[in-house]
Design a protein around this ligand. Structure first.
Ligand code: FAD
Length: 436
């Protein structure tokens, strides 16, 4: 059993001091960039954008004069913090060596300094979510001191080919614009929540009660307590949500089309090594690359500790290999406002919520700010993913790069994970350094 211990008061106060300092260093908004020429712009201040910026700044501190990280949120890693909190995730899936800076032992040393090594779980020293977050906060203070982070939601990205040395034009939702020489898309997958086709009609009928996991928080009030909740999906998000909801006292049915699989990692670790990546790179057919990614990471699995918790919890029922074929409102008891879920196994009545932990399906077309750009320059896509070149450049647009899931067809199954950011940086660093 993993032991998670809350932070000590003294540790907490040091993190708070740093966070307060970060806040005062936050650059305010899009207007501060107006009409400037910025050599390197990273769109996205999530795990990938921040990791790349930190790696670059540690390697070349003068990069701070040449760099801007843009995000729609006022603070970096907002999405990460929000998602992990809303799911009630207590431990990371990945080992402690994968985080947002290049020093592999950063979290371990931080844990040792603060007497928090009990928050590194066996067998791979996965950090508790709180430990990871506290470590990130300390590192973010370093980023903030460089004053490179801007709250700026990109409404449009244009590439004026041949228009001097700053061919990209970025326009914010507030209609402020600036130019850049090189742009990295570190935009995550949030705009690509996947709703299985059969759920679209039911979700239209009951939009407040059938929600994608990204719209849902385990701390939500349901009116009745305990509530009956159906979680759909066979991956770690489904498992974590089911466990957290059961701990809140609710009755949970976890339903997956396929048998439930238990794996510590969401892709085989060989995908972090040179051999698998070299073989992947030698595959010239990008459609085949897509299939390799699906075979290695597309199935969804649950970590052993979460699976054990699901099996032990008295208020969770697991339904592997089960499909939902109808959802109706149980009109007989309108006061209860319960949904009736008809499955290939049974019928579950009086359900308060159906949570679709059905993941994300990346498609560049879903990012409105890129629509015109990819159409105008005919960026080739394979199942929604761009065919990046070896340097992670979005062919045919020069000096437009991608990191995160967007880079899957080059980086492989690890692309969207934390480790994918360091793999991406290795490919990007020379090009980036050449821009200042
Ligand atoms: C609950 C959860 C747990 C996970 N646990 C692990 C784990 O243990 N180990 C692991 O390796 N991976 C894990 N992952 C997977 C992965 O590491 C995370 O999803 C990670 O957040 C991906 O980072 P990212 O930077 O690609 O995307 P994000 O963190 O989503 O960041 C993208 C950023 O881009 C910004 N953005 C997008 N469009 C625009 C725009 N037009 N203008 C301005 N800003 C924009 C968004 O606001 C966002 O902040 C987990 C994922 C989730 C959801």
């Amino acid at each position: 059993m993993k032991s998670y211990q809350p932070s000590t008061a003294s540790h907490q106060s040091s993190v708070e001091e740093i966070s307060a300092k970060s806040k005062t260093l936050l650059l305010k908004a899009d207007s501060q960039l107006a009409h400037r020429n910025i050599p390197i712009t990273i769109i996205g201040g999530g795990i990938h954008g921040v990791s790349i910026a930190l790696r670059l700044l540690r390697e070349a501190p003068t990069a701070a004069r040449h760099l801007a990280i843009l995000d729609r949120h006022p603070k970096p890693l907002t999405q990460w913090q929000r998602k992990t909190e809303r799911q009630g995730m207590t431990f990371l899936r990945s080992p402690t060596v994968h985080h947002i800076t290049p020093d592999a032992l950063g979290i371990v040393e931080y844990a040792e300094r603060h007497n928090r090594t009990s928050e590194l779980a066996p067998p791979y020293a996965q950090p508790s979510t709180q430990l990871f977050w506290d470590f990130c906060n300390v590192v973010l203070a370093e980023l903030m001191e460089h004053q490179v982070y801007y709250q700026f939601e990109v409404a449009k990205l244009r590439w004026d080919k041949g228009a001097g040395s700053f061919p990209f034009r970025l326009i914010s939702t507030g209609n402020e614009g600036f130019r850049s020489r090189c742009v990295i898309l570190a935009i995550g997958t949030d705009d690509c929540a996947y709703i299985p086709p059969e759920f679209i009609r039911w979700q239209r009928l009951y939009p407040d009660r059938i929600l994608h996991a990204s719209e849902f928080s385990v701390s939500e009030e349901f009116g009745t307590s305990p509530a009956k909740i159906v979680v759909v999906g066979g991956g770690l998000t489904a498992g974590t949500l089911a466990r957290s909801l059961s701990e809140e006292g609710h009755d949970v049915a976890l339903m997956a089309r396929k048998p439930l699989r238990t794996e510590q990692f969401d892709f085989p670790p060989v995908w972090l090594g040179p051999k698998a990546l070299a073989e992947f790179a030698s595959e010239a057919n990008f459609q085949r690359r897509y299939e390799i990614i699906q075979q290695n990471s597309g199935q969804g699995s649950i970590t052993p500790d979460i699976m054990a918790a699901l099996m032990e919890a008295p208020n969770i029922v697991l339904y592997p290999e089960t499909c939902i074929h109808n959802i109706v409102e149980k009109k007989k008891y309108p006061s209860a406002q319960g949904l009736q879920i008809e499955t290939t196994r049974n019928t579950i009545t009086n359900v308060s919520r159906v949570i679709l932990a059905t993941g994300y399906q990346f498609n560049l077309h879903r990012y409105r700010f890129l629509k015109e750009l990819i159409t105008q320059h005919q960026v080739p896509l394979v199942r929604g993913l761009p065919r990046l070149d070896d340097d992670l450049q979005l062919h045919p647009i020069q000096d437009l790069f991608g990191s995160g899931t967007i880079a899957q067809l080059q980086i492989g199954p690890a692309a969207g994970n934390i480790a994918g950011a360091s793999l991406a940086y290795e490919r990007l660093r020379e090009k980036l350094i050449s821009h200042f």
